[in-house]
Design a protein around this ligand. Structure first.
Ligand code: G3I
Length: 607
């Protein structure tokens, strides 16, 4: 990822621009995801001419907005900005496009769509030097998720890449002139990584086998490609999949309305947890789930692979898997909520996180510094500390509560809860732009744990700790806790400060309540109304009332977003981790939207 905006690079790029012959390329500026204070966007350069473009440079300037990070280009300057190609994406064949991305701070203004200049764009059609008026209306007027969909579907429907038409400029790679066409963007093929995404030569690359497994027209391109690339193959169009999902018959008596994606109904992030470590739910092997994410959501949380132990290979940091997911998110119109910098379960701790480690504090600091810095500019927000509060339902060692705190290895090594303060301070220093959350479960009950949460957050605020928000995980049941308690619990955090954000981070709603002693709990046939639709309809009402409560209790500028904990019922941790099939999510076993989905639609659209 290019993050440096150095003056030297700017000068180099400017000189380079003069060497370019005038080209007929369109250079369009697109906003892919917007929130209160900023947005992510991309500039897409499309070669409209009849000869290849070899190297490109573009520039643009804001009135008020300022760039905070960028990727897939050498970006330099400090308004105006200039961007030039990296070694592997400078070659654009006729009809092909290259995009690079960036994150922008609105700087107190509104989102701008500046003109894009540069000799490569001269002779360009309207979208090249694009003030707002020349942005295609479907994009300019769209809400975040539909922008993402438009961009993706235009990528998907653009001319397929043919093996003969793409010549690469990838130097220093044993891949020769081959590259990987990853859903419309060209990446270098890895030299040493044999599977998945790699991080080589300071940039993301894709292993040959992973690239070759992509459906046509994607895959390996360039001379010598062994992957057949066909123009007749089906391309990924999220919108068409969405319509087919929505036009399919619902599995319930309740009708499921059609409309735009969930994210288009909100002006805050609507997210989903995605699996990326194997199994049926793995986002990289399930194109149907990819389509749902693209169509319905604008933020993802890694269900597992950004947790502490996943950041290492042995005792060395290893970001291959997480980089792959973060890169996928950027390519698919999704921001990323990082989960989690600090979390205690013994089975997902790095080797250094033990009671016997005399260097624990140094290793703790190194973990946060390294991980937060690695993802700076790519992660919109972090769960900095997850589940630091005591919970009687989750106390495997029987250590009990210490003034409301869980006596985790972090607590024990620091001799108290100050590790939380330290984690937030280090995260802010390593990534000044990410929003920093404290996240926990059962805090929506409005009981003793909610009081402990209030005390924790108040203590952090008193200590000047840089906390931006509080996450309520919201793993709830159809009948517990009451909506009044959920509402009051969120209200208690709203009341703590005028600026703290509130985020629902892991929403799911079980049909059954395994704790109610009710022998009528039913773990069979409850997902298709074969027995009764009552549970599913109650679940719809439950999702709806929780989203309504969020909208009513949390002021607009303080809504960090709502994330559901998984895409479809069989993906849920309740199945895979707890062996409790409980149909807790918005999409059913057949990846069709459930009445619960409609409940969210109704709440978000004020019905
Ligand atoms: O990937 C390995 C696989 O290689 C191995 O063969 C298999 C054998 O058990 O384990 C797989 O890892 C599992 C991982 O999920 C990925 O499937 C872990 O055992 C399993 O413990 C892990 O469960 C996750 C759980 O957190 C513990 O980390 C769930 O998927 C995940 O949904 C759940 O999420 C948590 C949030 O992070 C925090 N809040 C509560 C929420 C629900 O428990």
């Amino acid at each position: 990822m290019a993050k440096s905006l150095g003056a030297a690079a700017f000068l180099g790029a400017a000189l380079f621009a003069h060497t370019l012959a005038a080209q007929t390329a369109t250079c369009s500026y697109n906003i892919t995801n917007e929130w209160n204070t900023g947005y992510t966007g991309d500039i897409t350069i499309t070669n409209r001419g009849s000869s290849a473009i070899n190297g490109w440079s573009v520039n643009w300037q804001y009135a008020t907005n300022r760039l905070s990070s960028s990727w897939n280009a050498n970006v330099s300057g400090s308004n105006p900005y200039s961007a030039s190609n990296l070694s592997w994406n400078g070659n654009i064949q006729p009809g092909q496009s290259v995009s690079f991305g960036f994150q922008v701070n609105k700087n107190g203004g509104s989102a701008e769509r500046p003109s894009v200049g540069g000799s490569i764009c001269s002779g360009s059609v309207a979208s090249s030097s694009a003030p707002a008026s020349s942005v295609p209306s479907s994009i300019a007027s769209s809400s975040p998720s539909s922008v993402a969909s438009s961009v993706i579907s235009s990528m998907a429907s653009s001319s397929p890449v043919s093996s003969s038409s793409v010549a690469s400029s990838t130097p220093g790679s044993s891949s020769g002139n081959q590259q990987c066409n990853w859903y419309g963007t060209l990446y270098p093929l890895c030299v040493t990584t044999t599977n998945g995404w790699g991080w080589e030569d300071q940039r993301s690359c894709i292993a040959r086998s992973t690239c070759a497994a992509q459906p046509a027209p994607f895959g390996i391109v360039g001379s010598g490609s062994s992957t057949p690339v066909s123009s007749s193959s089906s391309s990924l169009s999220s919108s068409s999949v969405v319509s087919s999902i929505r036009s399919s018959s619902s599995s319930s008596s309740s009708s499921v309305a059609t409309g735009n994606g969930l994210a288009s109904l909100a002006d805050f992030p609507i997210g989903v947890a995605v699996a990326a470590s194997g199994g049926n739910a793995d986002i990289f092997t399930s194109s149907a789930r990819q389509n749902i994410v693209r169509a319905e959501f604008n933020q993802i949380t890694a269900e597992n692979i950004m947790k502490m132990s996943y950041m290492y290979s042995g005792s060395n940091f290893s970001f291959t898997n997480s980089d792959r997911l973060v890169s996928w998110a950027a390519q698919n119109g999704q921001t990323v909520h990082g989960h989690a910098l600090v979390w205690h379960p013994s089975y997902q701790l790095p080797n250094w996180a033990s009671d016997s480690n005399a260097n624990f504090r140094q290793d703790f600091a190194r973990h946060i510094d390294t991980v937060a810095a690695h993802f700076a500019g790519q992660v919109k927000s972090w769960d900095v500390v997850n589940e630091a509060l005591f919970d009687s339902a989750d106390d495997p060692d029987g250590r009990g509560s210490a003034n409301g705190y869980r006596q985790s290895v972090f607590y024990r090594q620091f001799g108290g809860p100050e590790y939380i303060d330290e984690a937030f301070r280090r995260a802010r220093a390593a990534d000044p732009t990410a929003e920093l959350y404290y996240n926990d479960f059962n805090t929506e009950e409005n009981g003793a744990k909610t009081t402990a949460l209030v005390n924790l957050v108040q203590r952090l605020l008193n200590n000047g700790v840089p906390i931006d928000g509080v996450g309520f995980q919201m793993h709830v049941m159809n009948d517990y806790p009451s909506i009044a308690n959920i509402r009051q619990a969120m209200q208690k955090i709203v009341a703590l400060s005028p600026t703290l954000k509130i985020k629902i981070t892991e929403l799911d709603v079980r049909l059954n309540n395994p704790y109610d002693g009710n022998s009528s709990n039913d773990y069979t046939n409850r997902n298709d109304c074969a027995v009764s639709c009552a549970g599913l309809d109650r679940q719809k009402a439950r999702y709806k009332e929780i989203v309504q409560a969020y909208l009513e209790v949390v002021p607009p500028g303080r809504r960090g977003g709502i994330t559901v904990w998984g895409i479809a019922d069989p993906d849920s941790w309740l199945y895979t981790h707890q062996n409790l099939p409980d149909w807790p999510l918005l999409f059913n076993d057949n990846l069709q939207p459930k009445p619960a989905y409609q409940g969210v639609v109704e709440a978000l659209s004020g019905r």
